[in-house]
Design a protein around this ligand. Structure first.
Ligand code: GLY
Length: 388
């Protein structure tokens, strides 16, 4: 059976894997990405929120620092991608408006805004009327809002397309096959076996395997990362010309305790997301998911009823026990993780790519990545501590 070599093998051609491969190849490193259908799963389903502020959770300070670093990195990342490929990277820097439907939602939004301010984040509280000045088509009943100028969005499908082109232009080898298993010699990863039985030998392997990370074969049981799939359903609506733009900014809404976001694209698409369910690897779009997204969207944007429903889709977020990614050494020499990005995969693409590229090239984990080693989940002898 054929055997090749590659300086680096990246398993997984989603946004994260493609961006890592591009970064390494741009530095002259020979890279192979293995994925039967690159960019077609989680990266294609996502709504593309860049939302470190509006998605901040109480007590996740280290993740917030990483998220803020990545939102700051997006403009240069997009500009570099665009100048190399001549394609748009899909970055849309128009800010985010969080709105509340009833008085209880408004109280929750105010509490969150207090917390965001204590963290030094840029948020401005608005009355319902002020929120409607920014977004005139919001429902008359919207009771209040918070303007977040630093949270943006990316058309994730454009970003995938630009990254695929960038990898092609920088000489990344794309192997459109599933990795059957990681090959090891003792405690060292030495390559991968593909589904056709051929192998690629490599001393540096990066697993950007998202929700499928714990299923990667060849990794000793005790080194499997605690990553699980969390399903999200997403809708894509088309705004008729006469109503465009239905929204000028990303709108995130809390409606009677439920949350929904509406992400406008310049071409008239409105992405509505997302449900959150723990159903394993189930990617069926359920009627209840579509119903709840439309119910919540139309409460804050009544014109939703007039929009064409052009796509319903479900994807899997790679979740970890603390909602933060797993970056760096795996405990198996020669294998790095770049996984577990949960709700922040699109957001964390630029910073993950540069942190992992640096780790590959220097053999050292940069300080910003240090809190995200898999060893933080070590439980005594089950998962050994790994050296930085
Ligand atoms: N970051 C959006 C989501 O996970 O739904």
């Amino acid at each position: 059976m054929a055997e090749r070599t590659s300086e680096v093998v990246v398993i997984g051609g989603g946004l994260i894997g493609l961006a890592i491969a591009w970064r390494l190849a741009a530095d002259g490193i020979q890279v192979t990405v293995c994925d039967p259908t690159p960019g077609s799963r989680t990266s294609a389903v996502a709504a593309g929120m860049l939302a470190p502020v509006t998605e901040v959770e109480y007590g996740e300070d280290e993740l917030l620092a990483l998220n803020l670093a990545s939102v700051a990195a997006w403009p240069d990342f997009a500009a570099e991608l665009e100048s190399l490929t001549g394609q748009s990277a899909g970055l849309n820097r128009t800010g985010t408006l969080s709105v509340a439907y009833d008085v209880d939602d408004a109280a929750a939004l105010r509490r969150l805004a207090d917390y965001q301010r204590r963290l030094g984040l840029d948020v401005e509280e608005l009355s319902g009327r002020e929120a409607r000045k920014r977004e005139p088509l919001l429902a008359a009943g919207v009771s209040g809002g918070v303007w977040v100028p630093g949270d943006h969005s990316v058309d994730n499908r454009q970003a995938v397309s630009a990254l695929l082109r960038a990898t092609e232009l920088t000489g990344v080898q794309l192997e459109r096959q599933q990795v059957a298993r990681v090959l090891t010699a003792g405690t060292t990863a030495v390559g991968v076996e593909l589904e056709d039985g051929s192998t690629i030998r490599s001393s540096q392997i990066v697993a950007a395997t998202g929700p499928w990370s714990a299923q990667l074969k060849g990794i000793p049981e005790e080194l499997r990362p605690p990553v699980r799939p969390v399903k999200g359903e997403v809708l894509r609506l088309r705004v008729p010309e006469a109503y465009r733009p239905a929204l000028h900014h990303t709108v995130r809404a809390t409606t009677r305790g439920f949350s929904v976001y509406l992400v406008p694209r310049p071409g008239g698409e409105l992405v509505v997301g997302a449900t959150t369910s723990e159903l394993g690897y189930d990617t069926r779009v359920l009627a209840g998911g579509v119903f709840s997204l439309l119910r919540d969207a139309r409460m804050v944007l009544p014109i939703t009823d007039e929009l064409e429903l052009v796509e319903t889709v479900a994807g899997l977020r790679p979740a970890t026990p603390d909602n933060a990614p797993i970056l760096g050494p795996s405990g198996l020499d020669g294998l790095l993780w770049a996984t577990g990005h949960y709700r922040n995969g699109v957001l964390l693409t630029p910073v993950t790519a540069s942190l992992i590229a640096e780790t590959v090239q220097t053999g050292t984990v940069p300080d910003l990545a240090a809190p995200f080693l898999v060893s933080r989940f070590a439980t005594g002898e089950v998962m050994p501590k790994v050296a930085r």
